[in-house]
Each structure stands twice: as structure tokens, then as C-alpha cells.
Write a new protein. Structure first.
Length: 479
């Protein structure tokens, strides 16, 4: 959600209202400018939804995006007739027969496609659109514009677009350059929608390279359309148009290459986005934000995370240094996400949590294996113990099984320390010897109702760590 001092011509509220306003304008005659403006507003709404869905699992985002896509696509062919007509005006010599033939075809297509667009507008559900416009903008208020989380998202878009750039330069196919245009467009809209400070400096360059590739795509469509409708009266005309289009196409690609090849914008853009060493932490913050939309008591999850880390840090030597670094992040993710399943059900919520985590899009800086591990650890924070009868656990290699048992044991115990969800246990001090793991808990009384619960919860950690866990009240220090 934008702040009051920002331009009103940005943000979801503005663009969702623009869809309705431009729909009314377009319906008056489906002129080129009105159709373009409506598609622009729809594209902005869909791109904001695309970014928001990374953080917010509310199904309304997907529904809004789908509704916008249906209307957007229904206008696409009509918009193509307008664009191709403009290109004919730029490229065709006076009295050219090919241009006349193509113009007649495009006029007939435009009349037919106006009917298609009119029916799509009639079917467009304005009531639902207005409901989404009232509800969804407030969801974005949890993430400040220009935040590191949006920078993390933009870096994902940068990686996607730069990979498409390398592919396009390698094989130079029409499809590759079209895909590159889409990738740069996604990066551009992410910057424009969520990182306005960067957009102030990058906006013009992003639009320039997107427009250059857009012109390449338009020329490819023009050539394909002319071939499909057999618009050329003879081979001489066909060859002349082929040369004309290729010369213009190469000029457009030269505009792109001038900006993006060699000492290019790619390096400049990358340098302003999050550093590689920040990605793991930003990915974890992204997971925490996602959990906040599902977990009814995220404060409990954050407290369990702190307790889990205190136990984990006190069990040095259980894992190799390499395992330790990865497992630390996995355990934090599992702790933050272990109750997200409560958004769907209370009974068996641990299984639902694991299912939701497995479906997550993997954040940049993380791996699919790490997210899968976090799902398994969250799965076993309560309920059945991991064992041979558990399909996903038993399918894992033995080293991974040990990590799951060990981390799940820590998470079970940490959850048990906050079983009343009141943060009664403020801090844990942990000491590990060859024969025992000792835990001193601030706020714990040996005769409290929590003791029985802890006695059950510590079992998995005792099995995995191969030593008993002794829990005692922390000594009170007198000032």
C-alpha cells in the first residue's frame, strides 16, 4: 500500500480503478489508444498480483490475476491489428499492393475482434473486481516499498531476464527474443511497482530496451501475418518487404545491443540489488512474511524460533560444519512455518503445514532440498515420530534422516517450552557433555504442568542426539 505522499498514479488501488475507467472508454469504440490504456492497466494489476503472490498466499490474488488475464488476452489480437496497421504506415511505399492487401485484411480482422472484445467486456465481473480493489491493497501494506524483500524479488526477476538475454544472444531466434522481452517486462514492472527509488533511475532504460524488443516482436508478427494471408502479389514484392522488415528489425536489435551488450546495464542493475551474502537472510524473511498471512499466532512461532536456536547452538558437534550452516537456516524456517497449517485445519495441522511448505516457490538463495527439509522438520514438530513407516522420511538417505530427526527433536522441545503460548520460558541455557544434554530454562518450575509435556517432547531429541536431556529451572541471579 502506498503512502500518502507518493504519486497517486502508482499502486494497486490506482490501477484497479483504471481498469474500470479504461474499460468504459474502450467500450465506446475500441479505438487504438483506449485498448492500449486498458491493457496497460490490466498488465499493471496482474504484475502487482504476481509480485504479491510470492509473499501472500491469499487465493484472491490468483483469482484477480486470472480475471485480468482473461480480459487482457481477449484484447490482444485486437491490439495487434492496431500495431500492425501503424507499422504498415511506417514501412509501406505509396501505392504498395502488399500494404493494401494487408490493410484490408487487418480492417476485416479489427471489425471481428471488436465483437470479441465487446463480449469479453460484458462478461467481465465488475462486482468481484471492485471487491478485490477494496480488499487487496491493504495486504501490501505489510511490506514497505523499496524494502529488501522487494529487492530480493527484483533480483529473482533480474536473474530470469539475464538468463533469457544470454539465450537470445546465443540462438537469436524470434521466440528467444520474445521471451527476453517478457523477462525484461517483468523486471521493469517489479521495479516500477515495488522499488520506486530505483525506478527513478532505471525506468527510462528499462522502457527503452523493452520497447526495442517490442518493436522486434511486432515486425516478426507483421512478417508472419503477411506470409499467412499471402499478401505478396509476386516474389519481387515479397523480397522487398523481407529486406525492409529485416533492416528495421536489425536497427531495433542494435538499439537493444547498444544498451545491454558489453559494458551493459546488466552489471549496473545487479550492483544496486541485494548482495549474494544477503540472500539467505532475505529468503528467511520472505518465509516469515508468508507465514504471517497464515499463522494465527506468529509471535509464538518467532518465540519457538528463538528457543530452537538456543538449543541448536548448545548442541555443537552433532553436525559437521557444512551441515551446521545449512541446518541452522532450515531449523529457523521450520520453526517459523510449523503452524501455517492452522490456516486450513487444527487437527493434523502439522501435516498441512508440511504440504504448504512443499508447495512454496523456493526463495533465491535457498534450494529446493532445503525447503523440503524444512517441510519434514515442521511435519514432525508433533504427532508421529519420523520412522520407517513414514513414506517421505524413509525415502530420504540416512544422513538426511539423521538431520530431520535431530532438527525435529529440537523443534519439538522448543514448542513444548511454549505449549501455553505465553512465552513463560524466556531463555534457555544449554550445556552439552559426552553423556548428557543439560537445559536450564528461565521461567520454568520443575513441578509445573509443563514438566510432563516436556518429558514426552524431549524423547525424539534424546534418540537423535544419543544422550538424555535434563531440564532444570535456571538459577536466579540476585543482584
Amino acid at each position: 500500500m502506498i503512502s500518502s505522499d507518493q504519486s497517486p498514479k502508482v499502486g494497486l488501488t490506482h490501477w484497479m480503478q483504471q481498469v474500470l475507467t479504461q474499460a468504459d472508454s474502450a467500450a465506446e469504440g475500441f479505438e487504438s489508444g483506449a485498448v492500449h490504456d486498458l491493457r496497460t492497466a490490466l498488465r499493471r494489476c496482474r504484475s502487482i498480483a504476481d509480485g504479491a503472490m510470492v509473499f501472500d498466499p491469499d487465493p484472491a490474488w490468483k483469482k484477480m490475476r486470472r480475471a485480468g488475464k482473461q480480459l487482457f488476452q481477449s484484447l490482444g489480437a485486437l491490439r495487434d491489428t492496431h500495431v500492425l496497421t501503424d507499422w504498415l504506415g511506417k514501412l509501406a511505399p505509396d501505392g504498395d499492393q502488399t500494404a493494401q492487401s494487408l490493410s484490408r485484411y487487418l480492417q476485416l480482422q479489427e471489425q471481428e475482434l471488436r465483437g470479441v472484445a465487446a463480449r469479453a467486456l460484458q462478461q467481465f465481473d465488475r462486482i468481484r473486481w471492485n471487491r478485490w480493489a477494496a480488499e487487496l491493497p491493504s495486504h501490501l501494506g505489510r511490506i514497505p516499498l523499496d524494502s529488501g524483500l522487494f529487492g530480493h524479488l527484483a533480483l529473482e526477476r533480474w536473474h530470469e531476464a539475464s538468463a533469457l538475454h544470454r539465450r537470445a544472444l546465443r540462438n537469436r531466434s524470434n521466440v528467444a527474443f520474445h521471451d527476453l522481452r517478457i523477462g525484461i517486462k517483468r523486471l521493469r514492472y517489479t521495479i516500477e511497482n515495488f522499488l520506486p527509488a530505483l525506478h527513478e533511475f532505471w525506468g527510462a532504460d528499462l522502457k527503452e530496451v523493452q520497447d526495442a524488443l517490442g518493436d522486434v516482436h511486432d515486425l516478426d508478427v507483421l512478417w508472419a501475418t503477411a506470409l499467412r494471408v499471402n499478401a505478396f502479389p509476386d516474389l519481387t514484392s515479397r523480397d522487398a518487404w523481407r529486406v525492409r522488415i529485416q533492416v528495421c528489425r536489425q536497427a531495433c536489435l542494435a538499439r537493444y545491443r547498444h544498451k545491454m551488450v558489453g559494458n551493459s546495464q546488466w552489471k549496473s542493475w545487479r550492483g544496486a540489488l541485494p548482495k549474494d551474502e544477503q540472500l539467505r537472510d532475505l529468503g528467511l524473511q520472505r518465509l516469515e512474511l508468508w507465514a504471517s498471512f497464515l499463522d494465527p499466532n506468529l509471535r509464538h512461532a518467532c518465540h519457538v524460533r528463538r528457543l530452537s536456536m538456543q538449543i541448536f547452538d548448545g548442541t555443537s558437534g552433532a553436525l559437521s560444519p557444512r551441515q551446521c550452516e545449512t541446518s541452522r537456516f532450515v531449523l529457523q524456517a521450520a520453526a517459523l512455518l510449523h503452524d501455517v497449517g492452522r490456516a486450513k485445519t487444527n487437527k493434523g495441522h502439522h501435516k498441512e503445514s508440511a504440504r504448504l511448505i512443499r508447495k512454496l516457490r523456493v526463495p533465491l538463495g535457498w534450494s529446493a532440498e532445503e525447503i523440503g527439509l524444512a517441510a519434514l522438520v515442521a511435519r514432525y514438530h508433533r504427532g508421529a515420530l519420523p520412522g520407517a513407516t513414514q513414506k517421505r522420511f524413509s525415502a530420504a538417505p540416512r544422513p538426511k534422516q539423521f538431520v530431520v530427526q535431530f532438527l525435529s527433536g529440537i523443534l519439538r522441545l522448543a514448542c513444548a517450552f511454549d505449549t501455553e503460548r505465553n512465552e513463560q520460558i524466556r531463555k534457555l541455557d544449554v550445556e552439552c557433555t559426552e553423556s548428557v544434554l543439560k537445559v536450564w530454562a528461565q521461567g520454568y518450575g520443575a513441578g509445573s504442568p509443563m514438566a510432563e509435556h516436556l518429558a514426552r517432547a524431549r524423547y525424539l531429541l534424546e534418540v537423535a542426539y544419543n544422550r538424555p536431556v535434563f531440564i532444570s529451572p535456571a538459577e536466579v541471579t540476585v543482584a
